[in-house]
Every structure is written in C-alpha cells, then in structure tokens.
Design a protein around this ligand. Structure first.
Ligand code: FES
Length: 135
C-alpha cells in the first residue's frame, strides 16, 4: 500500500520536535480525523534556516511532514510557499488515493507558519483559512 520512501520517512521522520526560539509557528488540524500538525521555523532574511514539526496523526501525515520539512529547509519563504502537496507526494513516490488529504496537511502547515512569520513582520496577512478534509 505504501512506497518504501513513505515507510522510511514514517519509521525515521526527519526534523521532529520544536524550535524554542522559532519566529514562525503554524498549526493546522483536521476536525474529522482529529489529526493536528504543528510546524516551527527559524527564518532569517527570508530564508528558512531551520524547521521542525510535530504531527499527531496517521503515518502518511508523519511521512509527508517529514518530507515537506526536508524540502523547504534552506529555501526562501517564497519558494516554500510554492511547495505543493503533489510535489511532496511525488518525492515520496506517491500515496494511496485515500491518503492524499494527509499530504495537504503538510502543505497547509508550511503556509500557516509562513503566514505567522509575515504577520510578525508587520505584513497584512489574513487569518488562516479553516482546514477541512474530505474523509
Ligand atoms: Fe487524517 Fe491522515 S488520516 S491526516
């Protein structure tokens, strides 16, 4: 059902934890399955120097969070905002159809953290939209 890469990231997730002096923190949740993803970033000069996450959720959510953090580390905030759940899934060699929504959680958590950073920097960024997942 899952690719080797998904299993590997699930068994050894990268960048798990918190960043105590993070200047960007985002959280998204799924009311239906109860899964929550929290993302911490240390951003300097618009570059994501460090990123960590905590995911209370299914294996696919953990694997996609792990891969997504690897993909945005060292990127600028603008580059990170372009990361799609599709790109994360492709990097993991795919996900079963019924698990695609789990990868959306990772994309949204990155956006939520960057929006927090922008608000802290004085930008007029609207509140995060409510995340809902169809399952
Ligand atoms: Fe809810 Fe995977 S089942 S995020």
């Amino acid at each position: 059902m899952y690719s080797e890469k998904v299993m590997e990231h699930f068994a050894n997730p990268r960048n798990v934890g918190e960043i105590p002096d993070a200047n960007a923190v985002g959280q998204v949740g799924n009311a239906k399955c109860g899964d929550i993803m929290k993302m911490y970033m240390k951003i300097e000069d618009n570059v994501i120097k460090d990123v960590k996450f905590k995911t209370f959720g299914c294996g696919a959510a953990i694997a996609t969070s792990s891969m997504a953090t690897e993909m945005v580390k060292g990127k600028t905030v603008d580059e990170a905002l372009k990361l799609t759940n599709k790109a994360v899934m492709e990097a993991l060699d795919g996900l079963p159809k019924e698990k695609i929504h789990c990868s959306v959680l990772a994309e949204e958590a990155i956006q939520s953290a960057i929006n927090d950073y922008r608000r802290r920097s004085g930008e007029d960024v609207p509140e995060d939209k409510e995340y809902t997942c169809e399952h």
